[in-house]
Design a protein around this ligand. Structure first.
Ligand code: TRP
Ligand code: ZN
Length: 879
């Protein structure tokens, strides 16, 4: 841990590497008390760099055992080594360097570099974990061929894996053995991986479009044997999809997936050897919810797609992170849309974006998708880089059309295969393939903040002209003011009072214009006229959420109700419902308990519950009220208890008014046949569980019986957890406690289910008040060393249980600051992520913001603060 102030790194300081690595030969000797790493680097001066300076290699708390240059041991005065950097002032133009380090994976709680998880060795090298293993030019623009020999005890670690193809194996003395792997594709060190353990192997194969047979392998702990099938199938679907949609074939002869329990993030795309957080890959009907299955499919696809968008073409430096992440998230969301319902997938993506990314973009950590500076790169694996980055690629897709976009991606892969490039190279490929000028579009990469698009309209009855005045403004963000207007694709449609789509004629001459148009906003103000109208239309704005912006338009409740049932754009139907619900909830803020809820909202929901015509998956989404987090995001000076109370009032009122419809909905959507994962079956499960949840929210006795019965007979985790969640959020305390105890009893040996059990409680305003959270931390299944457990209790409490976290007495903030400080010593990456709910302190009413700020200051004043937490806390207090 560092005591001095961390440095800021600037994109503008980028320089090409002074030395390149052609070949890396690694030998890992793995033992229980540590590991010896022998690394032989074949290096040469970079012809593109300025004349040779010293050789500088990165390290992180390393213990150097020996160093040899071209076969001679270097004496201590021939180099400097402080654990974090190795400098050799004098090296020839070409040389071989042998570095031997001793590391202690068994004591590595940061989960970066080589560490142990449930008895197995595994690695995480992105972004800068390789330097925790050995001294190396640890930057993505240094790409080398890796050959890796892993040696370990054969009994304890029968499976030894690394990137590429296995080329040699054999037995050694003392019951040890080795396997050597060779990866023919040059790669940056962040894609290096090693796994050693007593793992079960699941085998499958895939035949590529050119007829090559690929061995597919999953490696899991033996107890997870029956939880692999879904991910394996998802992998095959992803491989086929990438061939069909992007023309991308897999390149090695083997593709491996490993599941580990202790992992900082979701999964990692290491070349040929993807490593997954267990919770993002293992699933069975009995233990995984529908949401978990969908997440697994998306993450398996995401990591697989990185083989091209990330590995074959990688990032020049970490400022370009969105080059691979934005593009790959876009690709995985297209894939998920193709596998299920595109509208539902769009709603889910936009919900995350508007709730969490917009908040980030409006807060002290706001940054463009290509940042200009950072202190700790792991803090920049953000919703902005990933989700806004994906939206920017989506806008390119929509501006160019699928055909040109595919031409652009083909050109990008062809031009840059084997290279480390920039986001600008990506845009240039799109530009060159399509012939479009994307100069202004590039501002999306440079300017932070969510553009606000304000729309006003008027109708000129005499001439049949409807006019939209559209203005854009981009709010100031830390270090950026007075921004230039961006290139915004703004999809619109117009409806007449009968609910029919009207032709969009942009001039008096145009007669039968299309019913959908993408207006390209490039100025701070546009005035657009639609001709040939016989009545004032209702506008449908930003269809399918065609750009990551906030739209302001003075919708009336009538218009929203109308769009909710008539807009042919499924996304905007849902959005109209959300806007109406937000409006109704906001109007009740601070109202008396018995103030009435807009009756038309109730009727609209009644209509939805009875609507069997509409896609039931969309109905299920439309029934969900906007979350508290979204309502907070929409307000300034947020008073969370008031928001919570207003939302509860609407929810309870709906549940009372629609009791019969909800019971019928639950009944109608009961499954009789076998469990299936089709969109239709998933929609039925979510509808019946929403109905149950609402009814238990008002402590309905009949629903209590239904929930207890569902818990008893459920043949899948979606229904079991649905019933448990409904009970936990009800006032039936005795039944809730019994159900929680039974559930735990039944699943106590399954970590993924125990994590669900923790998070159901931590997110509940009934069962997740601070004293109960404190108890969960004392539970035998809780483990500070396991990020999933920390997230499912502390992360869920602070991020999802807003009313309990924002207790006016400040106890929630105090609690979080204590947990952050405690984690900072063992796992700074996770600690820094946990700070996030405090960072937006300025958004809250003074009673809250003062105490949130004080909590941040307490973290700031901890001694030996990690660079990770330092950056987040200091920027939050300053920005
Ligand atoms: N590249 C990974 C992904 O998005 C992200 C990742 C996995 C990561 N593990 C990490 C980033 C650890 C930082 C630290 O697919
Ligand atoms: Zn990724």
């Amino acid at each position: 841990m560092r005591t001095n102030q961390p440095q800021t790194i600037y994109l503008s300081d980028y320089q090409v590497p002074a030395y390149l690595v052609d070949q890396v030969d690694l030998r890992f000797e793995l033992f229980e008390d540590g590991a010896r790493v022998h690394s032989t680097l074949t290096m040469r001066r970079n012809p593109e760099a300025a004349a040779g300076g010293p050789l500088e290699l990165n390290g992180d708390s390393l213990k150097l055992e020996s160093l040899e240059l071209n076969g001679s041991v270097l004496s201590a005065d021939a180099y400097q080594d402080d654990g974090d950097k190795l400098a050799i002032p004098d090296v020839p133009a070409e040389f071989q360097l042998v570095v031997v380090t001793w590391i202690e994976p068994q004591n590595n709680t940061r989960l970066e570099g080589l560490y142990k998880s449930s008895g197995m060795f595994c690695t995480q090298c992105e972004a800068e974990g390789f330097r925790c293993i050995t001294y190396y030019p640890d930057r993505p623009d240094v790409m080398a061929r890796f050959r890796t020999r892993v040696e370990a005890d054969k009994g304890a670690y029968p499976v030894l894996l690394s990137n590429g193809n296995p080329v040699e194996q054999g037995d050694l003395d003392d019951g040890r053995h080795f396997v050597t792997w060779e990866d023919p594709f040059p790669k940056p060190a962040y894609l290096f991986a090693l796994v050693a353990g007593d793992l079960l192997e699941k085998k499958d194969t895939f035949t590529t479009c050119s007829g090559r047979n690929i061995d597919l392998r999953m490696y899991v702990e033996p107890r997870n044997s029956d939880k692999c099938e879904y991910a394996m199938d998802a992998l095959k679907r992803s491989m086929r999809w990438d061939e069909e949609v992007y023309g991308r074939e897999y390149d090695l002869d083997i593709f491996m997936i490993v599941a580990v329990d202790d992992f900082n993030m979701g999964a990692m795309e290491n070349k040929g050897l993807n490593i997954f957080n267990s919770s993002c890959v293992l699933a069975s009907q009995d233990t995984a919810t529908d949401a978990a299955f969908q997440r697994i499919e998306a993450i398996v696809a995401h990591e697989y797609f990185h083989n091209w968008s990330g590995n074959r073409v990688t990032c020049r430096d970490w400022f370009q992170l969105s080059l691979k992440e934005g593009f790959t998230v876009f690709r995985d969301s297209q894939f998920s849309a193709d596998m299920g319902s595109p509208t539902v997938k769009r709603i889910e993506d936009v919900t995350l974006l508007r709730t969490a990314q917009f908040a980030e973009d409006a807060g002290p950590m706001a940054h463009p998708i290509r940042p200009a500076s950072y202190m700790e790169i792991t803090n920049f694996y953000t919703l902005t880089i990933y989700e806004k980055g994906a939206e920017v690629v989506r806008m390119l897709h929509n501006l160019l059309g699928s055909e040109m976009f595919r031409k652009g991606s083909d050109l990008y892969f062809e031009r840059h295969d084997g290279q480390a490039v920039t986001t600008d190279d990506f845009v240039r490929a799109m530009e060159d393939a399509s012939g479009r000028d994307l100069a202004q579009f590039r501002l999306w990469y440079e300017q932070a903040g969510t553009p606000i698009v304000t729309v006003a309209d008027d109708y000129d009855e005499a001439n049949g002209v409807y006019r939209l005045t559209i203005k854009q403004a981009i709010p100031d963000t830390p270090g950026q003011t007075h921004k230039k207007p961006q290139h915004i694709p703004f999809a619109v449609g117009l409806l007449n009072t009968a609910g029919e789509s009207l032709p969009l004629n942009l001039s008096a001459e145009e007669q039968r214009g299309p019913v959908d148009r993408v207006l390209e906003l490039t100025e701070s103000e546009h005035c657009i006229e639609f001709h040939g109208l016989t009545e004032r239309p209702v506008p449908s704005l930003l269809r399918d959420f065609s750009a990551p912006v906030r739209v302001r338009y003075p919708w009336t409740r009538e218009q929203l109700l109308f769009l909710m049932s008539h807009d042919p754009d499924g996304f905007n139907r849902w959005d109209a419902g959300q806007r109406l619900a937000v409006d109704v909830i906001q109007s009740l803020l601070g109202a008396a308990k018995d103030d009435s809820v807009e009756p038309r909202l109730i009727e609209a929901y009644r209509h939805l519950l009875n609507d069997s015509e509409l896609d039931q998956a969309l109905v299920a989404k439309m029934l969900l009220l906007p979350s508290e987090a979204y309502l907070v995001e929409l307000s300034d000076q947020a008073d969370v208890p008031a928001i919570h109370a207003a939302r509860e009032q609407v929810l309870k009122c709906l549940a009372h008014a629609l009791r019969d419809e909800l019971l019928a909905c639950h009944q109608r959507n009961l499954d009789r046949g076998d469990y299936q994962l089709s969109s239709e079956a998933i929609a039925r499960r979510s509808l019946r569980n929403i109905a149950l949840g609402w009814l238990l929210h008002i402590d309905d006795e009949q629903a209590l019986t239904l929930a207890l019965e569902q818990l008893e007979i459920a043949d899948n985790m979606t229904d079991r957890l649905g019933a448990l969640r409904a009970l936990v959020n009800s006032g039936f305390a005795a039944e809730r406690d019994r159900a929680l105890a039974d559930f735990y009893q039944r699943f106590s040996d399954d970590p993924q289910v125990v994590e669900l059990w923790f998070s159901v409680q931590a997110s509940s305003d009934q069962a997740g008040q601070l004293p109960q959270i404190q108890q969960l931390l004392q539970h035998p299944a809780f483990d500070w060393k396991n990020p999933n457990k920390v997230r499912s209790v502390v992360g869920v409490f602070a991020g999802q249980n807003l009313a309990a976290f924002h207790n006016p007495d400040g106890s929630g903030y105090q609690f979080l600051s204590e947990q952050v400080c405690r984690l900072d010593d063992s796992n700074p990456q996770i600690a820094a992520r946990l700070v996030s709910p405090l960072t937006r302190w300025r958004k809250f009413a003074p009673l809250y913001s003062d105490q949130m700020k004080a909590a941040l200051e307490r973290i700031r004043d901890k001694s030996e603060l990690s660079r990770d937490v330092y950056e987040v806390v200091h920027k939050s207090l300053a920005g």
